[in-house]
Each structure stands twice: as C-alpha cells, then as structure tokens.
Design a protein around this ligand. Structure first.
Ligand SMILES: [Fe+2]
Ligand SMILES: [Fe+2]
Length: 270
C-alpha cells in the first residue's frame, strides 16, 4: 500500500494548497490512502465540518488532529458522527469522537489509524504510551489490519522518537505532528516501522509556525501581545511523507514530500 501523510494544515493558505493539489498527488503517486492532520485548518484553530467535507472531497481518507481539536465549538457534535475525523486517543474517556479508526484503502487493504498526543510541554492527558500499547497488543499487523499508522501529536522530539521505537515492528508508520516544522529524519527503524519526528505543516513558512509573524515576534520581544494570532497568507509549502508498505504490514520505503512555497522542493520519484 502507498500512503501519503500531510502535516498540520494551517489556515486558508495550507488548506487551499492541499485541496488544490490532492487530486493530482493521489494520481501522480498512485496513492491508496491519504491522512491529513487538520487541527489548524480553520483560521489556525481547529477545524469545521465544511472544511472536513472539502478535504474528504479533495481526496483525504482520514483527518487526524491534536490539541486544537476543540477550538471550533461545532466540531464537538460533528466528530461523533464522522469516524474519518480523529482526536487524540488519550483524551478523557467520555470525550466526543474517537482516537482510532479502521478503514479500507482504495487498493482494498485495511488500515488502522491511531491519533495520540504527547505529554511533554503539552496540556495534560492520559499516558499515550500505555494507551497505544493496548491498541497494538490487541491489533497485531498484518492480522488485525494490513497497515497501522500512528500520528503522534507532540512537542518534544525525545518523546516522539521514544514512541517510534516503542511501536517499532508493530506499526507501519509513526509520524509526528504539532511542531509545524519538518524534521530531516524520515527513515525506517530497525524493526521495520517508517518514522519521522515531525512531518511539518502545510502552510506558509514565511511566518512563525504558520502564523503571521509580526504578532508572535513582538510577543516574544515585549512579553506583551499587540494583537491576535492569525494564519499567514501567501504561498504554502505542502509538507508530508509518502510511505510504501509490504505484505507484512511493515514499511518498505519512506520519502519526504515538500512542494511549493519557500521551502526547498522534495518530490519523491514516482
Ligand atoms: Fe498544529
Ligand atoms: Fe498541535
């Protein structure tokens, strides 16, 4: 199976770039499955039903999220009826929505997606390692699903690398989200799990992690906020990874994708 994972969409810039490019990317890379992290898609804060529908229509199969999932109030109701939209699995048990889903890719293979959130420098949630372990124990690949992906939404590179090794050999892919900056460490771990500490954002990198830069810069300088954060307009870089898995559910290939905007282009061979 060949899948594309795209990191946090930020605002209109990131959203429109992805909606416009996705049909062509699906075709060009013969993608069987597409996962998009949508936690910042609505003005930088959360996601709306309409944006989810637009992303599904463009070719996203599953939308993952993170700490911004509840920023748009309407999503609390929508998420319970939409199994293709995930929130981190380690939110309190009675939270709306789910942190895990089973899906079928366009080549007929089954795929399980887990969304979990880190604990370091993040709002407190249940321990993601124990929750992920429970799911992995109950769902060994390739029996329970042909492919298993973990989107680990976390701030600290250490916690993300630890999750990668923790799931190595039991997940097809562990990919980080949340920092909005792509790391140059996409590789396959010794046990066969594809891994990247952070996929980066889909948004305008002439910014401070996707936000128009003057306000955050002034906040850091003066410890006083001159205004509200708003997503940076302008050309987005689409950032993500393309992963190919084999019959054993493990990764055969991983390659970073960076298209458009001000980051260097990385486009895997087709
Ligand atoms: Fe984010
Ligand atoms: Fe986040």
């Amino acid at each position: 199976l060949r899948l594309l994972y795209l990191g946090d969409l930020v605002g209109r810039s990131g959203r429109n770039a992805v909606i416009e490019a996705l049909p062509d990317l699906r075709n060009r890379y013969q993608l069987d499955f597409v996962i998009v992290n949508c936690e910042n898609a609505a003005g930088g804060f959360g996601v709306t039903e309409q944006i989810c529908l637009d992303l599904f229509h463009a070719g996203a199969d599953v939308l993952t999220s993170g700490n911004h999932i509840w920023d748009q109030k309407e999503i609390v109701h929508y998420i319970d009826d939409e199994p293709r939209l995930l929130r981190p699995i380690n939110y309190p048990k009675d939270s709306p929505g789910k942190g895990i889903g089973h899906y079928t890719a366009s080549n007929g293979e089954t795929i399980m997606v887990i969304n979990a959130q880190g604990q370091l420098y993040m709002p407190p949630l249940d321990d993601p390692f124990h929750m992920v372990e429970e799911v992995l124990d109950q769902n060994p690949i390739p029996d329970a699903a042909d492919v298993l992906v973990i989107d680990f939404h976390a701030e600290a590179t250490s916690e993300k690398m630890a999750m990668g090794h923790f799931a190595d050999g039991r997940a097809s892919l562990v990919v980080g989200s949340h920092t909005h900056v792509p790391t140059a460490d996409a590789h396959i771990l010794p046990g066969g799990t594809a891994y990247q500490t952070d996929a980066g954002m889909c948004g305008n990198y002439d910014s401070v992690i996707g936000m128009e830069k003057s306000v955050p810069v002034e906040r850091f300088r003066s410890k006083f906020s001159p205004g509200r954060l708003s997503p940076a307009d302008g050309p987005a870089t689409i950032c993500g990874i393309i992963v190919e898995t084999g019959r054993d559910g493990l990764a055969k290939h991983i390659a970073p994708l960076q298209l458009g905007g001000c980051l260097p282009e990385l486009s895997p061979e087709t």
